[in-house]
Every structure is written in structure tokens, then in C-alpha cells.
Design a protein around this ligand. Structure first.
Ligand SMILES: Cc1cc2nc3c(=O)[nH]c(=O)nc-3n(C[C@H](O)[C@H](O)[C@H](O)COP(=O)(O)O)c2cc1C
Length: 158
């Protein structure tokens, strides 16, 4: 049997910093703050002009983003938990609040403000999204939590 595994490093979102971005109405990034760039592992200039799915993590079920866009189309805010992918394939969890940006009463862009997520909620949401993906996409994943000693032992071997 051929066995392989990947290790993904989590980046913690600092308590005192907000990750901010704005997009066009089709989801292309028009503004990204330094914190967003730092946490996602990109430069601000790399993010601007790219579709926001540049940080999409494969663990996120399709239905979550369908719900985001359906909610925005109704003129409402969407709030929820999102696992995002870093440029180095690591990940970070955020609580996102996505809403419309209005100019003279007209919807011109969307914006998202994100804040940190506690460890318990991350585990709960990971399980929830794993279950959703299993029904939607018929794909499963196994998550294993390792102690610092186990990680040290593995990194010595590889
Ligand atoms: C303001 C705004 C912020 C968004 N932020 C994220 C985000 O942080 N991560 C993400 O995966 N998708 C985000 N999205 C949703 C993406 O546009 C996209 O729908 C999603 O990544 C799924 O990609 P797909 O449509 O190619 O499947 C955001 C959308 C908007 C309008």
C-alpha cells in the first residue's frame, strides 16, 4: 500500500487585527489590507485584481459560498465561519461578515471584515463542513491531532 500524508500549518489570526477586503460585484478583489496579505501569505499587489476564491480552501463545501452569494443577492449581510488557504497551502480560520458597499444608495461593491475564531469553534466547524462535503461531494477527510512530541518525531524522519 502506498501511504503518504501532508502536514498543513495553521496561521492564527491575531485578536487585535482585522482582515479587510473589498470585491467587485463579481467577486474580484479591489482592496486588501496589509493584515489580509500577511495572513494569506500574499502581497497586497498580488491579491488585487484576483477572484476572491484565490484563498478558497478545498475543505470548504460549495453550498457555503452559494449561501454567501444568494444572501448578498437579497441585499443582506452574510456572517459565518470560513477556512481559507494560504499561498503556502497552510490555512487560517476566520469569522467573516460580508456585506454590500453602497454609493448614493446604489450597490457598487462588497466588503468583508473578518475576526479570529476560537479553537473549539474551529473544530466544530471543521466537523460540520466535513459532513456537508461528504454529502455534497462524496469526499471524506481524516483529521489527526498530534502532540508536539509526535510532530517533532515525524519531522526528524522526513
Ligand atoms: C467580499 C467577499 C469576500 C469573500 N471572501 C472569501 C474568502 O475569504 N474566502 C473564500 O474562499 N471565498 C470568499 N468569498 C467568496 C468567493 O468569491 C467565492 O465564491 C468562493 O471562494 C468559492 O469559489 P468558487 O465560486 O470558485 O467555487 C468572498 C466573496 C465576497 C463577495
Amino acid at each position: 500500500m502506498d501511504t503518504s500524508f501532508d502536514m498543513f500549518i495553521e496561521t492564527e489570526v491575531p485578536e487585535n487585527e482585522l482582515i479587510i477586503s473589498r470585491t467587485s460585484l463579481s467577486g474580484v478583489i479591489t482592496y486588501a489590507n496589509e493584515t489580509f496579505a500577511k495572513i494569506s501569505g500574499y502581497e497586497v499587489e498580488e491579491l488585487i485584481g484576483k477572484p476572491h476564491n484565490i484563498v478558497r480552501h478545498p475543505d470548504m463545501p460549495k453550498s457555503v459560498f452559494k449561501e454567501v452569494w444568494d444572501t448578498l443577492a437579497l441585499g443582506k449581510n452574510w456572517q459565518g465561519f470560513v477556512k481559507n488557504r494560504r499561498s503556502d497551502n497552510g490555512y487560517y480560520w476566520v469569522h467573516a461578515d460580508i456585506s454590500g458597499v453602497y454609493k448614493d444608495g446604489k450597490l457598487v461593491e462588497y466588503k468583508s471584515l473578518r475576526s479570529p475564531v476560537d479553537r473549539e469553534t474551529k473544530i466544530k466547524m471543521q466537523n460540520h463542513y466535513d459532513a456537508l462535503r461528504k454529502t455534497e461531494e462524496k469526499s471524506s477527510r481524516v483529521v489527526l491531532y498530534l502532540t508536539d512530541e509526535q510532530i517533532e518525531a515525524i519531522t526528524k524522519i522526513i
